[in-house]
Ligand binder design. Structure first.
Ligand SMILES: [Zn+2]
Length: 151
């Protein structure tokens, strides 16, 4: 069966309801009670189906939006699990994985890399999450603290 490209399930059911409405009007003139009852049953079933189709159409619309949104971002990419906007081809502006995966989703940019405790880290500008790109080296930190240039 070919569906018009812009048709929703609800609009297809609405078309069927319109057709059946015409049949119902014609059947009323026959005074056939059995036929009228069957047509009313079918009419009721189609109304239920239209309600369900509206729910399905709404879910479908939301899923399409989610798929489109995913195409706008890449990630999580190794080695640090950052996300990137698809328009950030050079991957210079990493997005915070914690914010990206939160519900509702948020877009928090990571700040510039900082030298910290002999490692390199970035913090999320939105939620403050720290990601170590080079792990801190506290042992190195302690060695230098104990160093006494006058000793
Ligand atoms: Zn964040």
């Amino acid at each position: 069966m070919d569906f018009p490209t812009v048709a929703t399930a609800a609009s297809l059911v609405s078309n069927a309801i319109s057709s059946l409405k015409n049949v119902r009007e014609m059947a009323k003139e026959t005074s056939n009670d059995d036929l009228n009852a069957k047509i009313n049953d079918a009419y009721g079933a189609l109304l239920d189906l239209r309600e369900y189709a509206l729910v399905i159409d709404d879910e479908n619309r939301k899923l399409k939006e989610q798929i489109a949104a995913k195409a706008n971002y890449l990630g999580p990419l190794p080695p640090h699990g950052y996300y990137y906007s698809a328009s950030d081809a050079d991957k210079k502006h990493p997005l915070c994985p914690k914010c990206y995966q939160s519900d509702p989703q948020q877009l928090g940019f990571m700040d510039e890399p900082k030298n910290w405790s002999y490692g390199i880290k970035r913090d999320c500008k939105l939620c403050g999450k720290t990601i170590w790109e080079v792990p801190p080296n506290y042992a190195q930190h302690e060695t230098l603290r104990e160093y006494d240039p006058y000793g």
